[in-house]
Design a protein around this ligand. Sequence first.
Ligand code: ADP
Length: 386
Amino acid sequence: MLVLVINSGSSSLKYQVRDVAAGTVLTEGLIEKIGMGNGGGGDGEPVGPRDHAEALEQVDAAIHEELGDQELGAVGHRVVHGGERFAEPVLIDNEITRAIERLNPLAPLHNPANVLGIRAITRKWPKMPQVAVFDTAFHRTLPEHAWRYAVPDELYTNHGIRRYGFHGTSNEYVARRSAALLDLPVEEFDGVIAHLGNGASVTAIRGGRSVDTSMGFTPLEGLVMGTRSGDLDPSILVFLGRAGWTPEDIDTMLNRESGLKGLAGNNDMRSVVEASESGNDKATMALAVASYRLAKYIGGYHVAVGGAKALVFTAGIGENSQQFRAQVADRLGALGIELDAGLNAGRSKEPRVISTPQSAIPVLVVPTDEERAIAEATAAVVSSIR
Ligand code: ADP
C-alpha cells in the first residue's frame, strides 16, 4: 500500500510517500511559509501557499509527477497530542477530528495545525482513509505514580495537568527494532531509550511498554535540549513572574533561548562538540550539563524498569554524535556500562551494538524513522478494517 505521511505544522507541511510493503520512500518534500504571503502578490519575497488546502494542492502536483498512475491507499497524520483518550493509531472521521481539536489547549502550537492538515485532505479526497498516529499514545501505559504531579488534584481533573510524554512513535519503533537486534520478543524488552534530537527525551521501557518518560505535560520537561531548558526549579518561574516577566517572556526563554543555546550560545550539537574540542569552555560546560542530566535519568530509569537489558541511543544526536554518547557512557560506570571506542566511532544506518562484550548491558544505536512507523501503523489500521 502507498501511504502519504503528513506532518502538518502551523506554517509548514512535511510529506513523504511510502511503499509500506517494500519499506521504501517514493518521494518526499516540505512546503513552507504557509499563510505567510501578503495576499496582495506584491514584489519582494516569493509568498508561500495561502493555506493548508493550497499547500496540499502543491503536494498533490508534486507527488502526481512521481507516482504516475499508482494510487495512494491512505494518508497517515503525525498528531502531536492524543491526550488521555488515544492509546493507539485510529481511523479518522469527523468525531475523531473534533476530539483532536478539543485537545488544542494541551498542544496549542501543534494540534490546530494537525487538524488543518486533516480537514484539507478530507475536502480534497473525501473517500481517502486517514489515520491519526499520536506522539503521546505509546506513553498511555505509564503507571499513575509516574504520570502524576504532586499538586492538588483539581489541576489534573480541571486542567488535565499530568505527564503525557512525547516521541512515542519513535520510541515504539525503536523498542521493536532494539528487541529484534537482541533476539527478544518485544514483550520481553526492558530498556532505556534516549531519543536525542533538537527535542530530547528518555524513556523507560518494561516488557515493551513505556513505564516512564522525561517529557511531561509539555515537551519542555526533562533533558537539556537544543533550545529548551528541561528540568528546573518551578520557583524560578514564580520569581521571574514577580520580577515582571510575562508568561510569553518566560515561555520564549525556556523553549527558545535555553538548553545548549542558553549554555553554549549554539543549539546545534555538532557545533557545540566542535567548539568544545577547540577549547571553548562554555561549550564544554554545556556538554557536561547535558550528559550529566541524561546519565541521572538513565540511572533512575534502570531502576524503574527493574534492570535494563539495554541502553539505546537514537535520533540526530543519539545516532551521530559519538562524542556525546561517550560522555554519557563515561558517567555510567556504576552500571557497569562500557563502550567499545571503535564500535562507537563506526557509522551505519543499521541498528548496532557499540558496547564491549564485558559491558554489563549492551549499548545500542538504533536509527529511528518516524515516517516509516507512521506509514506502517496507517497501513495496519486501514487493512484491519477492510
Ligand atoms: P529533530 O528533533 O528536529 O528531528 P534531529 O533528530 O534531526 O532533530 O537531531 C538534530 C540534532 O542532531 C542537532 O543537534 C544536530 O547537531 C545533531 N546532529 C546531526 N548530525 C550530527 C553529527 N554528525 N554529529 C553530531 N551531532 C549531529
